[in-house]
Design a protein around this ligand. Structure first.
Ligand code: NDP
Ligand code: MG
Length: 392
């Protein structure tokens, strides 16, 4: 039995993870579940999976959860606050940590799990994007396994040789082809993009996801973050990563080898597939996803990305080339801009503008340690928030 800690259990990836886990009660034991503030969702998950620990970051929500769990007669211990996330991630009875908190908030507990040598199932791409070399060094030092859950990176991992480990360089790879659906605004006339609403932006044509990543998919900043993520996981410069728009989301990414062979992983767009792969690796288990029907799919289309339509993707490629604090600033400004858009404080097209202005205001410096990451993150957030306030 593998002991599991699910960071961000109450979110979309968290719920999908518990769905797979529930299919294999003989293989996994839920040790800890965490959320930010959603008491009712975490309560229901605790009732179904009976973890030893449940964490909520918000004190009032944690108090309420504790009261309701006691009333239900459950022995689950409730912990509170951001430091409790890292505490449960490094428990000795935890073998495997699903990192599924959204945004930079997931960095410290995910890094703690890496340092403690846990198997990391990485959905929380922002944590890796901002801490880059520090994160990869921690993995190497503790010999921790990292399995990518992001569907594209999981696909690439599946297409690499069986002995490949994240953070090393696979030989004979010419480039990686990272597929992208193009999101809900792939064909919207450019002049209409200023008017699109949060509701339209989060209505992703292929995937059901949390709000932040859905907006990131609409701007294609999600693909930009994934370029940086891929460059770290597969030790490749951004020039060897090609983004391919593939609206059907059936091919989840491809590896182009020097002999001209191209390997791809296909499947229905269902996150339970990469999650099950990460949970059981190197074996395979049932995920609950339906079988791919190629006759129903019928056609697979591909097109190059348009940087005028998706300026965020261009900014991310630039940040990937610059390295150092550039990805930290890019991510922080994006988190602030997306939150401002979702709260209807800035228009959709201002997201890229705000990120570009924040990046231009910051000279790139080296990332030397975790403190330099956290300092760049909070400075960039401060500036981006100021820009959002005075936008227009
Ligand atoms: P959701 O918004 O659905 O869930 C986010 C989770 O993080 C929730 O459990 C939430 O708690 C928790 N959380 C939010 N803020 C904090 C905080 N400050 N401290 C601690 N916990 C916090 O997001 P998704 O599940 O969609 O995405 C999670 C991560 O996985 C993201 O990094 C995303 O990019 C990545 N990913 C997601 C995919 C998907 O299909 N959804 C696909 C590929 C990658 P609460 O519910 O209480 O607010
Ligand atoms: Mg992805």
């Amino acid at each position: 039995m593998k002991g599991l800690c699910i960071l961000g259990a109450t979110g979309s990836i968290g719920a999908n993870t518990l769905d797979v886990v529930a299919r294999h009660p003989d293989k996994f034991r839920v040790v800890a579940l965490t959320g930010n503030c959603r008491t009712q969702t975490l309560l229901q998950q605790c009732l179904a999976h009976r973890p030893d620990y449940a964490v909520l970051v918000e004190p009032k929500a944690a108090q309420e959860l504790s009261r309701q769990l006691k009333a239900a007669g459950l022995a689950t211990e409730v912990l509170v606050g951001p430091q409790a996330l890292a505490e449960v991630a490094v428990l000795p009875e935890v073998d495997c940590v699903m990192a599924a908190i959204v945004g930079a908030a997931g960095l410290l507990p995910t890094l703690a799990a890496a340092r403690a040598g846990k198997r990391i199932l990485l959905a929380n791409k922002e944590a890796l994007v901002i801490s880059g070399p520090i994160f990869m060094d921690s993995l190497r030092a503790s010999n921790a396994e990292l399995l990518p859950i992001d569907s594209e990176h999981n696909a690439i991992f599946q297409c690499l040789p069986a002995n490949f480990r994240a953070g090393t360089k696979a030989s004979s790879v010419r480039r990686i082809l990272l597929t992208a659906s193009g999101g809900p605004f792939l064909t919207t006339p450019l002049e209409r993009l200023t008017e699109v609403t949060p509701e339209q932006a989060v209505a992703h044509p292929r995937w059901e996801m949390g709000k932040k990543i859905s907006v990131d998919s609409a701007t294609m900043m999600n693909k930009g973050l994934e370029v940086i993520e891929a460059s770290l996981l597969f030790s490749l410069p951004p020039e060897q990563i090609q983004v391919v728009i593939h609206p059907q989301s059936v091919i989840h990414s491809l590896v182009d080898y020097v002999d001209g062979s191209v390997l791809a992983q296909l499947g229905n767009p269902d996150m339970r597939i990469p999650i099950a792969y990460g949970l059981a690796w190197p074996e395979r288990i049932e995920s609950g996803a339906s079988a791919l029907d190629l006759f129903e799919v019928a056609c697979l289309d591909f097109q190059p990305p348009d940087f005028e339509r998706f300026p965020c993707l261009k900014l991310a490629f630039e940040a990937a080339r610059l390295g150092g604090t550039a990805p930290v600033v890019l991510n922080a400004a994006n988190e602030v801009a997306v939150a401002a858009f979702l709260e209807r404080r800035i228009p959709f097209t201002a997201i890229a503008e705000l990120i570009e202005r924040t990046l231009n205001a910051f000279p790139v410096s080296q990332v030397t340690d975790l403190d330099s990451v956290l300092a760049a993150d909070s400075e960039a957030r401060r500036l981006a928030s100021e820009l959002a306030l005075n936008f227009g």
